[in-house]
Design a protein around this ligand. Sequence first.
Ligand SMILES: Cc1cc2nc3c(=O)[nH]c(=O)nc-3n(C[C@H](O)[C@H](O)[C@H](O)COP(=O)(O)OP(=O)(O)OC[C@H]3O[C@@H](n4cnc5c(N)ncnc54)[C@H](O)[C@@H]3O)c2cc1C
Length: 269
Amino acid sequence: MLMTTTENIFAPTPDRRVKRGWMNLRVAHVIHETPDTDTFLMVDAEEGIRAFDYIAGQYLTFRFDDVADKPIVRSYTMSSSPCQPDTVAFTVKRVEKGLISNWLCDNVRTGSILRARGPIGRFCYDPANDKKHLFMIAAGSGVTPFVSIMRDHVSRLGQKGSPDKMTLLVSYRSTKDLICWEDLNALRNIPGCRVIVSLSREHAEKEGFLYGRINENMIAESIADAASGDYGNITFMSCGPQEMMDLGRAHALSKGVVPDQFKTESFES
Ligand SMILES: Cc1cc2nc3c(=O)[nH]c(=O)nc-3n(C[C@H](O)[C@H](O)[C@H](O)COP(=O)(O)OP(=O)(O)OC[C@H]3O[C@@H](n4cnc5c(N)ncnc54)[C@H](O)[C@@H]3O)c2cc1C
């Protein structure tokens, strides 16, 4: 589904596959990303393939009927690329004492059936409104929309409907917590893509990681490095703790970025 720059990417099109209502999704494969994060690749339980289209950055709403004494609903963002034809993936990081994140990582196996509906959401690269440099700021599980976006746009950088450049500034606790790392690490070698990783609890500067939580200085230096400080050509997207998103937004606005060029998504209810 290639877009021109004027199209509304969220408008339904005749060629976009949709599934209405609750779908049964069968888990085709589980990838153990890190000690506390798993990726679940799923197909439509009836059709045996991915049965709906989505835009990178969108999420599904899952309904769990048997985990507690009443149905529980949670959202999970697709971490796969919409260009990946067979399966759709989402990546779950355990939240301390969290009911569903731990249940998913403890119980869901190949063959499990999950109920979901969607896709939903507008936290996406929108070529009609967004600038040509996409600068993404994430922490922990907040990287999932950006994994999808980077996987999707990497082969089309500079073409209609895609940014010219993508920069991801992401923070994890340690080298044990690098989510979807094989792909993100490979993206570092692609012209137009940058992945800058900071570790908040491990010094690994010799391996090319920054140290510390994402702060204003880190954002400013990454922009100086990736865009020669040219804030006018950047759309920002940020997903992670509120404090990190707030400081990113305050920094961008202080440099003249208009509010609608700084998009955020919160995973915390
Ligand atoms: C649009 C959207 C997309 C999302 N995409 C993803 C995704 O791709 N991957 C993913 O792992 N999660 C994602 N989430 C978060 C997910 O929906 C759940 O909130 C998360 O898995 C925790 O659910 P739980 O039932 O385990 O925790 P709960 O039992 O609901 O909460 C336990 C405690 O943890 C706190 N808490 C809840 N969520 C978080 C969080 N994300 N970070 C820190 N503390 C939290 C709660 O305030 C509570 O104190 C997304 C949320 C939204 C709204």
